[in-house]
Write a protein that binds this ligand. Structure first.
Ligand SMILES: NC(=O)c1ccc[n+]([C@@H]2O[C@H](COP(=O)([O-])OP(=O)(O)OC[C@H]3O[C@@H](n4cnc5c(N)ncnc54)[C@H](OP(=O)(O)O)[C@@H]3O)[C@@H](O)[C@H]2O)c1
Length: 266
């Protein structure tokens, strides 16, 4: 009996397998299934993991079943594996916008469900993950799931109705930050720096700022005030950003992303 079965070895499935094995997860406790045979074979070879004969076979052999297929493939998959579920099995779904009640309506029986919303940064074990669970999941199962997935990054537990907010903040967040980074680089070019040098300086500034914030356990406002001297360069730049509603715009961008996530999951 495997502890964890992963259905779907695409981008996310592979990132999860890589992060788990990289952190010492016992491959004997891992089973996977992927629809594309050549992809499954390549993954089995690359990660030395066992591949189940079918999705149903995987559900029969694993306690925790992590679903990493696209939401549009969920209906067919869940209808196929539903008969193999019993009261002890637990579904971990990373499918964006797929609510627990939708999953249950597809399985057509009471099943333990944990939803996880990862972001792209799980690829380097620095993911930000939101997690919610239904009432059938015990405290012990929730703890084991958190422990199993902890190599992917930081996990934050939220009520399920806040999963769309998680999608907006940490799911879409990398794109917002990258737009900011692009603007920083263009800003450097605008004041005369060559693009390659502006790029190195901007990326390192973001990395170094987060590393300092964490190492020194600083609040963002405190650290911002540390670099903002009276009448200096930083306050001149910040004043311009605030005149143009920088923070308000970002706050509203996250609200828009949350609203879109809600629309899509409906
Ligand atoms: N990528 C992200 O950054 C991200 C972030 C948060 C959440 N997610 C969620 O993660 C899930 C996976 O995303 P992804 O980017 O990894 O997608 P992906 O690369 O398309 O991977 C999904 C894989 O599952 C396979 N598959 C489809 N039906 C299957 C079945 N019945 N049994 C076994 N395998 C099956 C697909 O094969 P075919 O190609 O042949 O269909 C594909 O190889 C999605 O639900 C997405 O919403 C992704």
């Amino acid at each position: 009996m495997a502890r964890l079965g992963i259905l779907g070895l695409g981008n996310m499935g592979e990132a999860i397998v890589g992060a788990l094995l990289g952190s010492g997860f016992d491959r004997k406790n891992l089973l996977a299934f992927e629809l594309k045979k050549d992809r499954a074979e390549a993954m089995a070879k690359r990660y030395r993991i066992s591949i189940a004969a079918s999705a149903k076979d995987l559900v029969q052999k694993a306690k925790y079943v992590l679903i990493a297929v696209k939401p549009q493939d969920a209906k067919a998959l869940l209808a196929d594996i539903a008969p193999a579920f019993d009261k002890d099995k637990l579904v971990i779904s990373i499918m964006a916008g797929m609510t627990t009640s939708t999953i249950l309506s597809m399985v057509q029986r009471p099943v333990k469900v944990i939803r996880v919303m990862p972001n792209i940064c799980v690829k380097v074990a620095e993911g930000a993950l939101g997690m919610s669970s239904n009432d059938l999941v015990s405290g012990g199962e929730l703890d084991e799931t958190k422990k199993m997935l902890s190599p992917l990054g930081r996990i934050v537990e939220v009520r399920e109705d806040l999963m769309d907010a998680v999608t907006a903040l940490s799911g879409s967040g990398p794109a917002f930050l990258l737009a900011f980074l692009e603007a920083m680089i263009d800003g450097g070019v605008n004041v005369g720096l060559p693009r390659d040098k502006a790029s190195i300086l901007a990326v390192q500034t973001i990395k170094g700022t987060i590393a300092t914030l964490e190492a020194e356990k600083l609040h963002p406002t405190v650290m911002k005030e540390m670099v903002t001297s009276p009448g200096g360069t930083t306050i001149a730049g910040l004043t311009h950003l605030e005149e143009r509603g920088f923070k308000g715009n970002l706050i509203k961008a996250i609200e828009q992303a949350r609203n879109r996530a809600k629309e899509l999951s409906a």
